[in-house]
Design a binder for this molecule. Structure first.
Ligand code: NAP
Length: 267
């Protein structure tokens, strides 16, 4: 089996990375940065986002596992003191692979056949370089609303505990194949109207955002932010690709939600 390690690059994560590489190579595993079977991410959830984007072209062949060197993470749920236990399980292939849904983002441009397709593990957001974002929202090809406000966030189920949660969106269990559209400070008064609630769309639905006047938008895909000019539309749907995680033990999602947001010491 071949492995790669992604570190947050702080002293503790780098030290753990050195130990993981030495243990795994002692067990006869081969380090392969290009085409690993398993990627060990050491840092936080942000580090796993970086690892995901580094290997997003080989998602069907690679499984991710995360060790957290800060607080408990959603993707990074192993403690540094468990590293030996973890590498033994990796070496013995003593794990199950579970997969989570991803978000597909397709950006089309005015006067061009060119488009860009991205995959998000957490979410994609759209904001305006001007003060207010104004975009028409279509659901399954039908006009739904004209959005005016700070921006829109479209998240995956596993990303629902990240930016989406801070915006008041619901937490979705990652076994649900869906995406969630959540508003950022919409303008709502007698003249302007949006639905106000988060929308959860199933896998066969799509959400398309179309510019009204301004055509340039700040679009994020996880930790990556780019200014896209002359945008014609931004399409969101559940991706056909999935992300695979190596699971070595039961750690139910709702337990992770509890431990992260309520109380990590409560028994
Ligand atoms: P960052 O500022 O380092 O990360 C923001 C925080 O989000 C970190 O505490 C990170 O955990 C946490 N996080 C990431 N994915 C998560 C998940 N699925 N569930 C719960 N928490 C999660 O930025 P970054 O490392 O470049 O990460 C980009 C992410 O930041 C975006 O995908 C977005 O979700 C998040 N973000 C959140 C807000 C907000 O909450 N208001 C605003 C902007 C962006 P770790 O410390 O373990 O890495």
């Amino acid at each position: 089996m071949k492995f790669a390690v992604q570190s947050r690059n702080d002293p503790q994560s780098n030290e753990l990375m050195e130990r993981a590489i030495s243990y795994l190579t002692d067990f006869g595993l081969e380090i392969d940065e290009e085409k690993p079977d398993i990627v060990l991410s050491i840092g936080g959830d942000g580090t796993l986002l970086h690892a995901f984007h580094r290997y997003s072209h080989i998602l069907s062949d690679v499984a991710f596992v995360g060790i957290h060197t800060g607080h408990l993470g959603f993707y990074a749920d192993w403690k540094p003191i468990e590293i030996e236990k973890l590498v033994i399980s990796i070496a013995k292939s003593d794990y199950k692979v579970i997969d989570y849904p991803l978000l597909e983002v397709v950006i089309n441009y005015q006067n061009s056949d060119e488009n860009y397709t991205y995959l998000a593990l957490n979410e994609s957001t759209v904001k305006s370089p001007e003060v207010t974002l104004v975009m028409d929202v279509e659901l399954n090809g039908r006009p739904f609303e004209r959005f005016r406000g700070d921006g829109l966030c479209v998240s995956t189920p596993s990303g629902s505990t990240a930016y989406n949660k801070a915006l008041g969106g619901a937490i979705l269990h990652p076994s649900i194949e869906a995406i969630q559209v959540t508003e950022m400070a919409s303008i709502n008064n007698r003249v302007f109207r949006t639905v106000g609630s988060s929308l959860v769309l199933p896998a066969h639905h799509s959400c398309v955002l179309k510019p009204v006047k301004a055509k340039d938008f700040m679009v994020t895909v996880d930790h990556v932010q780019l200014l896209h000019k002359n945008v014609k539309s931004i399409q969101y749907k559940v991706a056909k690709e999935k992300v695979r995680f190596a699971r070595f033990r039961a750690f139910p999602f709702w337990q992770r939600v509890h431990d992260s947001f309520i109380d990590s010491d409560l028994k």
